[in-house]
Design a protein around this ligand. Structure first.
Ligand SMILES: C[S@@+](CC[C@H](N)C(=O)[O-])C[C@H]1O[C@@H](n2cnc3c(N)ncnc32)[C@H](O)[C@@H]1O
Ligand code: SF4
Ligand code: SF4
Length: 411
């Protein structure tokens, strides 16, 4: 690298670190989709998301080959987040045997799949052989995605340093911007530890003068944290591009739904009882014993469809037991799976519309305070709730026009 280029990168990194919103500008410059300006870009995205909320989806056509491919290296976790509650699951807590993991990767590779996520319900960083697991994936040419609560900073660092050419990034699940809120949602965790992990990512990227580690930050919105969204963006856009910060609505996937019932936002039309559930027709997941399941958070093995150590995935995908589960999803009166019976998640398109709206807000109104953000987000969701209440096209158009005018005036 020429010394002039080296100096330029150093200055660029300095500016971006100290003026985080310039990251955003840089991102816009390199992203061809953002042609004119961010506001227009986000408005268009939001419009697409709103349309997708209204589009009837093909939910129940069995996919030729499944997607998903999340592997549960461990169902053990260092935290006790009440919205997830993996510690309440009755299934035995265990780490996956490396031999099973290797066999799973071979099975997955046989299907022509080249990327896996290393979690379902549990924390990948507590898995003692994570470095080895990543090395095995690397040898097989399989990309790995790691979602973590980012509390185990030293472990994160050593896992990255063992395979810096293969660990391309992390998703940090955070959900709060102040220690008080953080400790209510991410019980037993500390926000300071997450910040330490974020600082390490930035330092590591700076030392190499480019972004080697992509950092994604996730926030699940509920009544608990809606009041600190402005702070959330401000804190975390120091560490990654605002586009890499994502928002979703809390869902009911947990062994104990009391927390969800108490903390979900009061807009019933944004949620649906999830039968028929598109996941069982589209995706496959693997628990720590190598068993294949049809749910990404199968806490207590209620949707197991076969043993991926014993059988090829293509066979399990169409097994009698898998088809039986799918039949239950098509005929609600036959449904006997407790987790599916009580399942409640946001309707298709809602999560993305919320995410787009928040990005639009942060771009157009960076100086809004937490109260203003919370009011705006709640008004937006209220409008969306009313949109999803309408079944006639004429009424839907009326509400859509109202939302568009709210969005362009209000944000
Ligand atoms: C179950 S965690 C497992 C991986 C890792 N322990 C973590 O926290 O990222 C996977 C993702 O599910 C999200 N999650 C957990 N409970 C949720 C809920 N009730 N609604 C929506 N997302 C949830 C977490 O925020 C995280 O991003
Ligand atoms: S969300 Fe992640 S960190 Fe929190 S309890 Fe579940 S698995 Fe653990
Ligand atoms: S619990 Fe059942 S309905 Fe809910 S996401 Fe999982 S498979 Fe779908």
């Amino acid at each position: 690298m020429s010394s002039r280029r080296f100096k330029f990168l150093k200055i660029e990194n300095y500016i971006i670190y100290h003026f985080p919103y310039l990251r955003h500008f840089k991102y816009m410059m390199i992203n061809k989709k953002i042609k004119h300006n961010g506001k227009l870009y986000y408005q268009q995205r939001l419009q697409q998301s709103l349309n997708s909320c209204l589009r009837p989806l093909q939910l129940t056509k069995l996919r030729e080959k499944p997607g998903g491919h999340l592997i549960e290296l461990s169902n053990i976790c260092n935290l006790k987040c009440p919205m997830c509650g993996t510690h309440l699951a009755k299934r035995k807590k265990a780490h996956m045997d490396l031999k099973i993991y290797k066999r799973l990767l071979e099975r997955i590779k046989d299907e022509g799949v080249n990327a896996v996520s290393l979690h379902t319900v549990g924390e990948p960083l507590v898995y003692p052989w994570l470095k080895e697991a990543i090395s095995i994936a690397k040898k097989m040419g399989i990309e790995v995605l790691i979602s973590t609560n980012a509390n185990l900073h030293q472990r994160l660092k050593s896992v990255y340093e063992a395979n810096p050419d293969w660990v391309k990034g992390f998703r940090f699940s955070v959900d709060a911007a102040t220690p008080e809120t953080y400790e209510k949602i991410r019980v037993d965790g500390k926000l300071a530890k997450v910040i330490e992990s974020c600082e390490w990512v930035v330092k590591t990227n700076k030392r190499r003068h480019m972004s080697n580690i992509s950092l994604f930050i996730n926030c699940v919105i509920s009544k608990e944290n809606i009041k600190e969204m402005a702070t959330f963006f401000r804190v975390f856009s120091k560490y990654t591009f605002p586009e890499n910060i994502h928002f979703a609505l809390i869902n009911s996937l947990t062994p104990d739904t009391n927390y969800f019932d108490e903390k979900k936002l009061p807009f019933p039309n944004l949620y649906q009882r999830k039968i028929p559930c598109s996941t069982v027709f589209n995706s496959i997941f693997f628990n720590n014993k190598g068993k294949a399941t049809l749910c990404c958070r199968d806490y207590d093995d209620q949707l197991i469809i076969g043993d991926a150590v014993e059988q090829p995935i293509s066979k399990i995908w169409r097994s009698e037991i898998a088809q039986k589960i799918r039949r239950q999803h098509l005929q609600e009166e036959e449904m006997v799976i407790p987790q599916c019976k009580q399942c409640c998640v946001s309707k298709p398109g809602v999560g993305r519309a919320l995410d787009d709206f928040i990005h639009l807000l942060q771009f157009t109104s960076p100086n809004f305070n937490n109260q203003e953000w919370s009011e705006k987000i709640l008004s937006f969701l209220e409008n969306l709730n009313s949109l999803l209440d309408k079944s006639e096209t004429g009424q839907q158009k009326e509400v859509l026009t109202m939302i568009e005018s709210f969005v362009s005036k209000g944000s």
